[in-house]
Design a protein around this ligand. Structure first.
Ligand code: NAD
Ligand code: UGA
Length: 454
């Protein structure tokens, strides 16, 4: 094997990224370590602990060939020449900066662990999303007290869940930040060579470390901002009679704006948009830029407003009460093609509906287990149903919260027959054929569109 690579953190990023790297760099020996032993056992079994289209096939090709999973990072550290760090960096829940700043304890513990077990120089690659200048702190810890020399690079990950494998195989760009010193440039060149196995060189960007770190936060902030912008417009559409899909189409055809990420819905979820926006807010605040902080905070607030607005709309169209009414929730994952429910709008919407004393029946093709965990404290107010037809039986309303393709293919005539009348559909993702549903007999309420009620 030409190169030994270690990735610490076998989650949504570490696992798929290293599987693709192992597939495209057969001469590299890649180990992925995690302190979560159950996660490691799942990876080792060939049944990845996360659902991601195409992942299982790539793991099947590479597992125990040049891709290995281990619960013992300590032993793997010394052998590796390049160490990726892909541990979680959630929002801090305690102390200074609670609710905004990134909790860097896992990152720092990993750095100290690397330092404790390394005997030869290493390139340490920051893959987790971190506040600007984290690499500097890491370098300081790693190189404190002299001894082994470490070069820290920033190499943020831009994959989206549900399309992770495609995003990793054909990224828009790979970004590598390093220091402008001979050692820094050499380390950057080494990482560039690794990615050049499968990424065209013109798509591999190099930059300063701080620019690279900030670019990751900036990219997520821009994407989230587009969603909050279109959702803010969806509210105006509903009061004026305009159709948000028509507005998005017209706006998005301006080549300077572009059509993607203009889909109105119940708001963005996922582990990163909110966390990274808040991280940016905190960065602005702590650098004495309250106006810039306020600007980015509004993106998060608009997202929360959109979810509340959706539930208020449901109440208004269901005679201002949902007490004891059954509501079928179609989709719980934060987006289609993933079982991930972190920060899913469905969590908040279900909680609000449960507070209104509705009886919920949740369906999702991949996220039911996570839903059960997320809503555990709601007890009997929620049922979890693997069959969408049974979920809708006897329901007063359906709330579609995740745009899984399967929801477009259901037999809605059959569903309508089994529901209480008037039967309502609240399409929180504008995913269904509203005309056809209205014809069947449903009252149809979508985001940013005129209601269709009988
Ligand atoms: P995750 O929670 O799925 O995985 C992180 C893993 O790190 C966990 O399994 C945890 O047990 C492990 N870990 C923590 N400390 C450890 C230690 N000291 N030793 C060994 N393992 C340790 O998180 P994720 O979704 O993979 O995200 C990781 C990072 O990547 C975050 O900073 C996130 O912001 C960023 N990111 C995530 C995505 C995404 O789509 N999920 C995309 C781009 C960037
Ligand atoms: C997002 C970014 O797209 C990735 O580039 C980034 O690497 C990642 O965050 C991260 O840093 O974790 P992800 O959250 O996996 O990826 O998924 P997205 O496709 O961005 O969707 C996020 C949320 O926005 C979902 O809830 C989705 O339903 C919603 N969304 C997306 C909309 O409501 N409208 C849209 O037009 C697009």
């Amino acid at each position: 094997m030409k190169k030994n690579i270690l990735c610490i953190g076998a989650g949504y990023v570490g696992g798929p990224t290293m599987a693709v790297m192992a597939d495209r760099c057969p001469e590299c020996r890649i180990r992925v370590a995690d302190l979560n032993a159950a996660r490691i056992r799942a990876w080792q079994s060939g049944e990845p602990p996360i659902y991601e289209p195409g992942l299982k096939e790539i793991v099947a090709r590479t597992l125990n060939r040049n891709l290995f999973f281990t619960a013992d990072a300590d032993a793997a550290i010394e052998e590796a020449e390049i160490i990726f760090v892909s541990v979680n960096t959630p929002t801090k829940t305690f102390g200074e900066g609670a609710g905004r700043a990134a909790d860097l304890q896992y990152w720092e513990k990993t750095a100290r662990q690397i330092k404790a077990h390394a005997r030869t120089p290493k390139i340490v690659v920051e893959k987790s999303t971190v506040p600007v200048r984290t690499a500097e702190a890491m370098e300081y810890i790693l190189n404190a007290g002299g001894g082994v020399r470490f070069e820290v690079l920033s190499n943020p990950e831009f994959l989206a869940e549900g399309t992770a494998i495609e995003d990793l195989l054909h990224p828009d760009r790979v970004l590598i930040g390093g220091r402008d010193t001979p050692e820094g440039r050499a380390a950057v060149a080494e990482l560039v060579e690794l990615y050049a196995h499968w990424v065209p060189r013109e798509r591999i960007l190099t930059a300063g470390v701080w620019s690279s770190e900030l670019s990751k936060l900036a990219a997520n902030a821009f994407l989230a901002q587009r969603i909050s912008s279109i959702n803010a417009l969806s509210a105006i559409c509903e009061t004026t009679g305009a159709d948000v899909a028509e507005v998005a189409r017209a706006v998005g055809m301006d080549s300077r704006i572009g059509p993607r990420f203009l889909k109105a819905g119940v708001g963005f979820g996922g582990s990163c948009f909110k966390k990274d926006l808040l991280n940016l807010v905190y960065l602005c605040e702590s650098n004495g830029l309250p106006e810039a902080a306020h600007y980015w905070r509004q993106v998060v607030e608009m997202n929360e407003y959109q979810r509340r607005r959706f539930v208020r709309g449901m109440l208004a169209h269901m005679f201002n009460t949902v007490v004891d009414k059954r509501i079928a929730v179609f989709g719980f994952a934060f987006k289609a093609d993933t079982g991930d429910t972190r920060e899913s709008p469905a969590i908040h919407i279900c909680r609000q509906l449960a507070e209104e004393r509705a009886k919920l029946v949740v369906h999702d093709p991949k996220a039911l287990e996570n839903a059960r965990i997320d809503l555990a404290d709601l007890g009997d107010a929620v049922r979890y149903e693997p069959d969408p037809y049974r979920a809708a039986e006897g329901a007063h309303a359906i709330a579609l919260l995740t745009d899984w393709a399967l929801y477009r293919e259901l037999d809605y005539r059959r569903i309508y027959e089994a529901m209480v009348k008037p039967a309502c559909i609240f399409d929180g993702r504008n995913a269904l054929d509203h005309g056809a549903l209205f014809e069947i007999g449903f009252n149809v309420y979508a985001i940013g569109k005129p209601p269709r009620a009988h």
